[in-house]
Design a protein around this ligand. Structure first.
Ligand SMILES: NC(=O)c1ccc[n+]([C@@H]2O[C@H](COP(=O)([O-])OP(=O)(O)OC[C@H]3O[C@@H](n4cnc5c(N)ncnc54)[C@H](O)[C@@H]3O)[C@@H](O)[C@H]2O)c1
Length: 325
């Protein structure tokens, strides 16, 4: 149970508002103004394109706000919101739930305590089972701003270090819609000031299921968060069992994998909301500040720009088959 006395719901679509209120035993408020007037704290989970005014309304009333990621649809708006939070002293927590996943927290601690040694490399996997629907894609931003932004934030948080350079590549899924938007597949290479490299990969399609995890290779430890018996990844046994072959049609293990983000990160979502309510009640610092959110969004936008700038060194096969660049 969350330590909240009552839940007030507002949605631009009244049918949704009433359905959600019935689901959570809450009550509907017909407008943002009515909601903000009656609330002690606000959760904003509209599409990113619809957040700015809601955040300003809550901050102006001096209410603590939880806001889904990214902070805003565009960088300018995100920076403006972060500046408003600083100016008004508003307590704002942004929805980077990986910071509350027990395994990601452990990685953060292992690096922070020095137990992992110096970080050499961070590797992130963000493979969804299926692409989001087209309505979601219209307002969500590209693969860096909508999806890899979680991993960008997690990598900074786990590395305890700042990103100083970005390289990136993104394109559509095979057979996906064209139109030049970096929606389906993306990879970003981040360089940290201490020399560590993070290789963050995302795909909107994984036939075996939802696979989101992060690994750290340090000078004293190599360790993975989110790699367990439910990870939808088949291990080839060919070297151990000569003659065995990967069964590419067997789907029986899928029932054992995470169906999506609500299953994989259930504990993290609960913990992040608890942390928000603690912050709202006790007034402590935000565990995911607007400044952190802006930094992650800046890196995501830089990745988008890098992939569009397309600095790629072509590799051409020579006559004898060897590759030359
Ligand atoms: N942290 C995570 O793991 C995670 C997961 C999923 C979605 N999200 C984020 O949550 C946000 C919402 O995603 P979703 O899939 O729930 O979207 P959705 O479209 O299913 O729901 C958004 C709701 O907001 C309502 N809405 C739109 N404009 C509004 C306005 N001006 N005032 C009040 N209500 C308004 C819509 O009617 C709709 O019911 C997105 O920004 C997404 O990035 C985060």
């Amino acid at each position: 149970m969350l330590p909240a006395r009552s839940l007030l719901i507002h949605d631009a679509d009244p049918v949704v508002a009433h359905r959600v209120a019935a689901d959570v035993d809450g009550s509907v408020r017909p407008s943002v103004a009515a909601l903000v007037e009656d609330a002690d704290a606000v959760v904003v989970a509209t599409p990113a394109t619809e957040r700015f005014g809601l955040l300003v309304a809550a901050m102006t009333e001096g209410l603590p706000v939880f806001c889904e990621k990214p902070l805003a649809a565009g960088l300018d708006e995100a920076r403006e919101l972060a500046e408003a939070a600083r100016r008004t002293g508003a307590r704002v927590q942004v929805g980077f739930h990986r910071r509350f996943d027990p395994d990601y927290r452990r990685l953060h601690q292992l690096v922070g305590s020095g137990a992992a040694g110096r970080v050499i490399m961070i590797r992130g996997t963000a493979f969804d089972r299926q692409p989001p629907d087209e309505g979601y894609q219209r307002t969500s931003g590209d693969i860096f701003t909508d999806c890899l932004i979680h991993d960008i934030d997690a990598a900074r948080w786990i590395a305890h270090d700042e990103v100083v350079a970005v390289q990136a590549e993104a394109h559509e899924l095979p057979g996906g819609p064209t139109g030049g938007r970096e929606i389906g597949v993306g990879a970003a290479v981040l360089t940290f000031s201490g020399g560590a490299i993070a290789v963050l990969t995302a795909s909107r399609l994984n036939p075996l299921g939802y696979d989101h995890r992060m690994e750290v290779l340090g000078t004293r430890l190599s360790v993975a968060a989110g790699l367990n018996a439910m990870t939808p990844l088949r291990a080839l046994q060919a070297t151990r069992l000569p003659g065995t072959r990967l069964n590419t049609t067997d789907r029986s293990s899928e029932a054992l994998t995470y169906a999506g983000f609500t299953e994989r990160f259930a504990a993290a979502y609960r913990a992040e909301m608890r942390a928000f309510l603690d912050m709202a009640t006790d007034g402590g610092p935000s565990p995911c500040s607007p400044d952190d959110a802006v930094r992650a969004q800046e890196i995501a936008a830089t990745a988008t720009a890098a992939t569009r700038a397309g600095v790629r060194t072509p590799v051409t096969p020579s006559r004898d088959g060897a590759l030359t660049s």
